[in-house]
Design a protein around this ligand. Sequence first.
Ligand code: ADP
Length: 362
Amino acid sequence: MIRVEGLTKRYGATTVLDGIDAEIARGEVISIIGPSGTGKSTFLRCLNLLEQPSGGRIEIDGQDILAPGADVPRLRQRMGMVFQSFNLFPHLTVLENLTIGPIRLRGRTKAEAEARGLDLLKTVGLAEKADSFPDQLSGGQKQRVAIARCLSMEPEIILFDEPTSALDPTMVSEVLAVIRRLAKQGMTMAIVTHEMDFARDVSSRVFYMDQGTIYEAGTPEQIFGDPQRDRTRDFINKVRSVTAHLASADFDLYALFGQINGFCEKHLLPAKIAHRLELLTEEVLALHVARPGPVDLDLAIAYSEKSQEIEIRLDSPGEPGDPLADDPSDGLGLAIIRRYAEILPCHRVGDRNRVTLRVAKA
Ligand code: ADP
């Protein structure tokens, strides 16, 4: 359905898309993942010409949409887009948000557009809200209206640009459920997302983007289970865990706590565990900082769904030996750590000592 060849996008001297080649077949659900700033959103916006590409080809059903004289408004109607920030018309009711496009741009009568609009609101679970205004809705409801509005234009493909990243965590799942349902119905979709578990079970293929290219593409099993290239592997390992490198005593502990909480939410771990992980990392850092020598600690928190265990891995430089062995806080720090975690035997990884804490869940 869509074929992209050598797509580039530059802003001044900055190359954001550096030669993208991709194909999307009808009925496919493509998740686009990767670090931020690598051009995922720009790629989507180039696909439906919200941004003018700097070079390359984009074909839809064999038709070159960058050719002079291409019917851009018509092409854009074939591709719906759902944004992070909903973009509903605030002065129109929910139903009016869904009927204005079909009436003005597709020549539907008001009655036709309303009947179809109500059907779509049912599909996204919001028929009751037809006469509400957007600011009377929660974020999750607004995003579901935005999806219904997109469907009202009868697109052949929907492009989702991080549809859940502006939402309160409690509302993410209602939006993902709607997208899942569309996937089941065979809608062609490309979704930029940070929700890895969702990407894994909804997609037919995953594009891993890095530095303006599709660095690796494959089935979810391949990309999440057995990535072939270095940067994909690094990324996949990172999103499944919390990692931090501490190089100074002024380290931003609250940013790390934010990551820990996000990690616990992602794995549906209770607040009690998040709190415990915060306490443990704080104690570990305090012990490390109190030692002589420069601050240099790599910390990784990972959760194994298989064994249901959470581990905190701590790597620090130095002669072989257990960095927790002599405790500058006279045992108090260690006592707190022991209360909530089992300390596994220290071992050498390269030129660093690794200590692993297995966190108690009870
Ligand atoms: P991602 O979606 O992967 O986070 P984006 O596509 O949003 O990445 O952005 C990729 C890069 O392009 C970023 O470094 C961003 O600063 C830059 N960029 C995006 N839009 C513009 C713009 N209008 N002008 C200049 N730079 C931009």
